[in-house]
Structure formats: structure tokens, C-alpha cells
Design a protein around this ligand. Structure first.
Ligand code: FPP
Length: 241
């Protein structure tokens, strides 16, 4: 039996966020260098992106590199950057053909020039696609995103574009990277860690959490179906009864 057969295709979470974790432990368990874990993890990105648009998910946000990941060894960082570039280079045509729009959440300014170039080209090329948003969170932090929104709101108040009284949830939403997209319905974190790690702090206000002991490089489409099945069996009350 596959969980695909028991999920309700009329109740697919509109926005799924994934903290892709466990690449290093996966590699270690196989006596391989950590970079092999990241490579296997990027292969799962291909599968999960595909499964998501096939299911009709409207937004998929993937935590690829956090504002804290700069603390890692330089060699690991550069291999991760190369992988992201490679992913875009090899997947862009398919992503574009499937009407998926690539967005980048985070400040890509400090990224290597060649990675930035590849990403900006992918964002530009897919900007009119409207089947699914693929949000790649790169040099991203939830607190950073909220601070950035506050700074830009302050500027716009100062410039008279909005007033302090105008500021409400909808206005605040419109200053986030996720502007125009739904809030998170489902947050998935594999690898057994039970933390949010500064991921989409504003957008996850009413998200359902799905934690799994599977390491990200083993997170197949079937694991995604299982997570969605679990989500569909929750009672979402949004503070009501
Ligand atoms: C966390 O595992 C994973 C990352 C910091 C990087 C995630 C990147 C990818 C899956 C590949 C490239 C991304 C794209 C979008 C193509 P970890 O290294 O912290 O694992 P550990 O906790 O087991 O050490």
C-alpha cells in the first residue's frame, strides 16, 4: 500500500515548508564525507519538488542554507553552493516546463557571484509561472525576515506611503519574502530534531508540524505522502472550538 492511495487530493496543504535535515548523519552512517549527504539530499529535492507539483501544492519552501550555516567549514559551504547551482542548472528546464516559479527567500548578496547569477536567471526565467511556487530559502533566517519587514515598513511610514494605523497582518505579510503566498499549512522536519531553527517564524503561526526520524536523503515521495496523510488527520481549529 502507498500513502498516495489514502490521501485526499481535495485537501492538499497549500503551503509546505521543509527543514531538510540529516544529510551529515546520513553520510556518516555510510562512512562517506558530509558532501555526499548533501548530494543525496539534493536528489531528494528533485523528487519532493516533483511530488509537490503533481499533488497540487501551491507553495513549497525549502530551507537550503540558513543565516547560521556560515559557521560551517568553508569547504562544506562551497560544496553546498555548488550543489545549489548544479540543481538549478540541471533542473531549470523541467521546473519551467512544469510551470513552477522559483523564488529566493533570503539575502543572496553574500553568495558567490556564479551562484547568484544562476539563481537570478532562474527567478527571472520562471517569474510568470503559476502552478507552484518553489521558494528556495538561502541565507535565510525567520528573525532576519521579520526585521527586514519592520525596517521596510518604518521607511514607508517615514516616506508617507503608509501610516502606522495601516499596519495590520495583511500589510505585514506583504513585506515578507512570502508576499502573496499562503501561510504555512504543514512544516516538515526530518532527522529526529524537534526544533524550528529560525525557519519561517511568522508564516508558521498555524502550521501543523510533522517530525520524522527519517534522514533527509532518505525522505522519498512516499514519506511526503505519509506527512500529508498525517496532516489530513489533524483537527485544525485556528484557536476556535
Ligand atoms: C542540513 O543537514 C542540511 C543543510 C544545511 C543543507 C540542505 C541542502 C540540501 C538538501 C542540498 C541542496 C539544496 C537544494 C535546494 C538543491 P545537516 O548537514 O545539518 O545534517 P546533520 O545534522 O546530520 O549534520
Amino acid at each position: 500500500m502507498s500513502f498516495y492511495d489514502v490521501i485526499n487530493l481535495d485537501n492538499i496543504p497549500k503551503h509546505i515548508g521543509i527543514i531538510m535535515d540529516g544529510n551529515g548523519r546520513w553520510a556518516k552512517s555510510k562512512n562517506l564525507p558530509r558532501s555526499f549527504g548533501h548530494k543525496a539530499g539534493s536528489d531528494r529535492v528533485i523528487d519532493i519538488v516533483e511530488a509537490s507539483y503533481e499533488l497540487g501544492v501551491k507553495s513549497l519552501s525549502l530551507y537550503a542554507f540558513s543565516t547560521e550555516n556560515w559557521k560551517r567549514p568553508r569547504d562544506e559551504i562551497s560544496k553546498l553552493m555548488e550543489l545549489i547551482k548544479y540543481y538549478i542548472r540541471t533542473q531549470l528546464a523541467k521546473i519551467n516546463k512544469n510551470n513552477v516559479r522559483i523564488n529566493v527567500f533570503g539575502d543572496i548578496e553574500p553568495l558567490p557571484e556564479s551562484v547568484k547569477k544562476e539563481i537570478l536567471m532562474a527567478v527571472e526565467k520562471t517569474k510568470n509561472n503559476d502552478k507552484m511556487n518553489l521558494n528556495i530559502c538561502l541565507n535565510y533566517g525567520g528573525q532576519d525576515e521579520i526585521l527586514r519587514a519592520c525596517k521596510n515598513i518604518s521607511k514607508d511610514v517615514f516616506d508617507g506611503k503608509i501610516t502606522t494605523e495601516d499596519i495590520n497582518k495583511e500589510i505585514f505579510d506583504s513585506y515578507l519574502y512570502s508576499k502573496g503566498q499562503d501561510s504555512l499549512d504543514l512544516l516538515i522536519r526530518p532527522s529526529g530534531e524537534l526544533r524550528v531553527s529560525n525557519f519561517m517564524l511568522w508564516q508558521l503561526a498555524y502550521a501543523e508540524f510533522y517530525f520524522s526520524n527519517i534522514l533527509w536523503p532518505d525522505f522519498t515521495k512516499e514519506e511526503l505522502y505519509k506527512a500529508i496523510y498525517s496532516y489530513q488527520n489533524r483537527d485544525r481549529r485556528y484557536g476556535g472550538l
